[in-house]
Design a protein around this ligand. Structure first.
Ligand SMILES: Nc1ncnc2c1ncn2[C@@H]1O[C@H](COP(=O)(O)OP(=O)(O)O)[C@@H](O)[C@H]1O
Ligand SMILES: [Mg+2]
Length: 253
């Protein structure tokens, strides 16, 4: 049986504006498992990003509990939560948020330098290894503005795993990429997952869903569908496409 790495119980997130409450996430119970590549899908505005932020400690839920490796992060102190986000979680977004006046190498290494458990030399070695692995060996000393969007996103992926996170969160990481760069990013994430990286990724992209071991479907801030998939094999992609797309259709996608 798979081991839960992150679980939410009665998760709620509301926003208050001018005295009016908007309930975006309403009483969600959900578990995510170690080693899974979980994709979260749902219509635009269904609450995917809001849920991801509440689950990952980027934002505080307004109700419920979120357990990471048994600890309730919903009620953790700011200091402990910041440490957890830094040491145990990795993040990738649609916008890469690279620091514009640092080289790709520095962008990857800097979060590693803040990790007290690692020596500077070890961080540098890992940053270089990751950049090479992402196909960025030749452009490590370039600034973000000197490389393509796809290269920037691969750099952001390298940065997100510099501290060997227990869990990687991604919000539409291919949303701003063309087809070729999307495939490259999905290949990288699939490889990382095969090596054991647990991933929770929000996406609009069916092609991303094909890589998943599980697809969770969100509607109006609730989990309404949960599809478990076998291991992704490129040679079986068209068969998988049929399975996933007919399931998505049944969800009203
Ligand atoms: N900070 C906020 N204040 C008010 N409403 C918000 C805020 N963030 C998100 N929402 C609302 O929550 C709903 C879900 O948003 P979001 O989680 O971004 O959806 P998705 O990622 O699925 O497109 C939307 O109706 C959005 O307007
Ligand atoms: Mg979103």
């Amino acid at each position: 049986m798979k081991k839960a790495i992150l679980s939410a119980k009665g998760l709620c997130k509301s926003f208050a504006h001018n005295g009016v409450q908007t309930h975006v996430i309403t009483n969600v119970d959900v578990e995510f498992y170690e080693g899974d590549f979980t994709i979260v899908m749902g219509a635009s505005g269904s609450g995917k990003s809001t849920m991801l932020y509440s689950l990952s400690g980027m934002d505080r839920p307004t109700g419920g509990e979120v357990f990471y490796k048994g600890e309730n992060i919903a009620s953790m102190s700011e200091k402990k939560l910041a440490e957890l986000r830094h040491q145990d979680f990795g993040f990738i977004f649609q916008q890469m948020h690279l620091i514009s006046n640092l080289t790709l190498f520095e962008n990857v290494a800097v979060p590693g330098y803040l990790n007290k458990e690692k020596s500077t030399a070890d961080v540098k070695k890992r940053a270089e290894m990751l950049l090479k692995r992402m196909g960025l060996g030749e452009v490590m000393t370039h600034l973000p503005s000197q490389v393509s969007g796809g290269q920037q996103q691969r750099c952001a992926i390298a940065r997100s795993i510099i501290n060997e996170p227990g869990l990687l969160f991604a919000d539409e990481p291919t949303g701003a990429l063309n087809r070729k760069n999307t495939t490259e990013v999905l290949d990288l994430l699939t490889d990382l997952n095969r090596e054991g990286q647990s991933i929770i990724m929000v996406t609009h992209d069916m092609r991303a869903a094909l890589r998943a071991s599980r697809v969770v479907y969100i509607e109006d801030g609730k989990v309404v569908g949960d599809l478990k998939l076998s291991e992704y094999l490129p040679e079986e992609e068209s068969k998988r496409e049929k399975q996933v797309s007919s399931w998505l259709n049944s969800m009203g996608w």
